[in-house]
Design a protein around this ligand. Structure first.
Ligand code: SF4
Length: 318
């Protein structure tokens, strides 16, 4: 198992000027991630032999199903793409996450336009997934898969990074109960911010009162993790966690400091400041009062520090 997460990425995002128009997509999120992950760039359209530049292609839906065709001529690339994606995805050994080009008829994982035919005709709708993106979603239901446009959004990006690095850390465990208990303990407040119910279920598993074989415990724990990250943590669950953590340090701080914290909590509730602003304040007290159990909590740093600096910028699509 590699020490860095392996992330499949559409090659036209930062890696090569391989779009139909000979251009490359600029993505600061992917650029900043480069030192922290091992990227696996792929351009499925080039892999099936299409040149750069090339005519654009599109999804066409008719009585024969959904096909990938040349927008001008109608030349059909469905079979070539279907065969490439199966071959390629079969050959991949362990992937922890994917970042795919949004809205592409090949790589898109949603919001892809569909037409009734090639040529100058209006679209039918724009809710489809691309031919390659669809296969990725089906093949890897447990890992984070995002389109690069959505990563501009702070909450979506934090969720993606949290899921990526937390699942990768789980995959690095060697399979002992001790390691799992330790992992669970470090992630307790992070999991609480996602789901109290699943946190309890995971806790019960690590206690293993049923004396299940360790392998079975890991399998069940992985399923809980997968459910845990199915949706974004809510503002209110984060506030509950922050209040809970505040309880550990509140008796040591001044009245003014308490007021400052409560004020920041309200501003976070109103989405005027990011979560990181409130957790940083809490962390400063945790360091000051040497609260070592809290200091090791991944809730404060669920992904590498170097990625934090870009987390207060974009406002992309949700
Ligand atoms: S969206 Fe996918 S297929 Fe299209 S250029 Fe980018 S990597 Fe290639």
């Amino acid at each position: 198992m590699e020490q860095k997460p392996r992330v499949l990425v559409s090659k036209c995002i930062e890696f090569a000027a391989c779009r139909y128009n000979g251009q490359k997509i600029n993505s600061p999120e992917v650029r900043f991630l480069q030192p922290h992950v091992n990227f696996i760039p792929v351009c499925p359209e080039m892999e099936i032999g299409l040149p750069v530049p090339r005519d654009s292609i599109r999804l066409v839906q008719d009585e024969s199903g959904t096909r990938l065709v040349n927008s001008e001529t109608g030349e059909d690339h469905t079979e070539a793409m279907t065969s490439f994606r199966a071959r390629f995805l079969d050959s991949l050994e362990g992937v922890d996450g994917c970042i795919l080009k949004g809205r592409s008829p090949t790589c898109g994982i949603g919001n892809v336009k569909v037409y009734p035919s090639h040529g100058k005709v209006p679209q039918i709708h724009s809710k489809e997934t691309g031919l390659f993106g669809k296969a990725v979603l089906e093949r890897f239901p447990e890992i984070p898969v995002e389109d690069e446009g959505r990563l501009n959004n702070l909450r979506l990006r934090e969720h993606f990074l949290t899921r990526l690095f937390t699942l990768h850390a789980f995959n690095l465990l060697k399979g002992s109960m001790g390691e799992l208990v330790d992992y669970h303990s470090k992630n307790k407040y992070l999991f609480m911010s996602y789901s109290q119910k699943l946190l309890r279920e995971a806790g019960k598993l690590t206690a293993n009162h049923e004396h299940l074989p360790v392998k079975e415990v890991y399998t069940r724990y992985r399923l809980i993790l997968s459910k845990m990250f199915d949706s974004l943590p809510r503002i209110q669950t984060n506030i509950n966690v922050l209040q809970h953590l505040f309880g550990y340090v509140s008796k040591h701080i001044t009245k003014q400091e308490k007021e400052l914290f409560l004020d920041m909590l309200e501003r976070y509730r109103e989405l005027q400041i990011p979560l990181a602003a409130v957790t940083s304040l809490l962390q400063s007290w945790i360091v000051r009062f040497d609260t070592s159990y809290l200091a090791m909590q991944t809730y404060f740093q669920p992904f590498p520090k170097g990625l934090q600096s870009i987390l207060d910028t974009g406002k992309g699509r949700v």
